[in-house]
Design a protein around this ligand. Structure first.
Ligand SMILES: Nc1ncnc2c1ncn2[C@H]1C[C@H](O)[C@@H](COP(=O)(O)OP(=O)(O)OP(=O)(O)O)O1
Ligand SMILES: Nc1nc2c(ncn2[C@@H]2O[C@H](COP(=O)(O)OP(=O)(O)O)[C@@H](O)[C@H]2O)c(=O)[nH]1
Length: 228
């Protein structure tokens, strides 16, 4: 019998630890970590029609329009018929959530609720490897060689919009657009919210929630993760 696949979304403001926690979930539970930012970077690098369009928004520090995001992501998700996944960075608007809803049934949504001061401190110290999207933090998870990506050895950069001046408006925007999405998932009974200032303290709670839903062993290319 074909086992059911597990599909989850992680939401939270910039700097809330979506990427960091997604990596831990992927490692512990074998879900594929999908990231809207990674899909966009791939499409930009490959010069696809959607990638060329998305680039014009990202370069101006703007969100990519919903119709571009859904055109880019939904076909990729529809192809994922053999893997359980965790999506980070999508949906981030109600229109995106409705479009996702028409493609698949989510099992679980994780929402991270992190205080502003914590976000500000983390982001002002976030260093990024542009080509891969890998992130570092000089205190929390520093690179092995200062200023260099662990895998490629290429230089790390900081985004202007991670600096405190840009953060207030990014957070306001997140709150406005995420609220109806969070309300939607709450009404479906699949929303789980985690609050705190340290990823290491939030992680055990997420880990134990997921342990009740999926076995903690890596998924191979040919296996489906069965639900208990
Ligand atoms: N779901 C989405 N809808 C619209 N635009 C998006 C979406 N996801 C990503 N983008 C755009 C805006 C982002 O500036 C850009 C890169 O995304 P991402 O790698 O997630 O970085 P980010 O630094 O803005 O997010 P975060 O700080 O939350 O990690 O792509
Ligand atoms: N100091 C500190 N930094 C953290 C913690 N969790 C994540 N980070 C760092 O904070 C930044 C934002 O995390 P990230 O996972 O990119 O968040 P995202 O924007 O929600 O995807 C990164 O530089 C992480 O390395 C934490 O508990 N403490």
């Amino acid at each position: 019998m074909m086992a059911k696949l597990f599909r989850a979304v992680i939401m939270g403001p910039p700097g809330s630890g979506k990427g960091t926690i997604s990596e831990r979930i992927a490692q512990s539970f074998g879900l594929k970590h999908l990231s809207s930012g990674d899909f966009l970077r791939e499409n930009i690098a490959a010069n696809t029609e959607a990638g060329v369009l998305a680039k014009t928004y990202i370069e101006r520090g703007l969100m990519v329009p919903d119709h571009v995001m859904t055109r880019l992501l939904l076909p990729r998700l529809e192809e994922m018929t053999r893997h359980s996944w965790l999506m980070d960075g999508f949906p981030c608007t109600l229109a995106q959530a409705k479009a996702l809803n028409s493609t698949c049934d989510l099992d679980l949504v994780i929402s991270l609720n992190i205080p502003y001061e914590t976000l500000k401190d983390r982001l002002s110290d976030r260093w990024i490897h542009l080509a891969s999207g890998r992130v570092y933090n000089m205190g929390f998870n520093p690179p092995r060689v200062q200023g260099r990506d662990d895998l490629s050895g290429e230089p790390l950069i900081q985004h202007d919009n991670d600096q405190p001046e840009a953060l207030v408006s990014r957070l306001r925007h997140y709150k406005d657009v995420a609220k109806p999405v969070i309300d939607l998932y709450k009404s479906k009974g699949i929303l789980h919210t985690f609050s705190g200032t340290e990823t290491d303290r939030i992680w055990p709670y997420i880990n134990s929630l997921l342990s009740t839903k999926i076995p903690s062993r890596p998924e191979t290319d040919t296996q489906h993760i069965p639900l208990p």
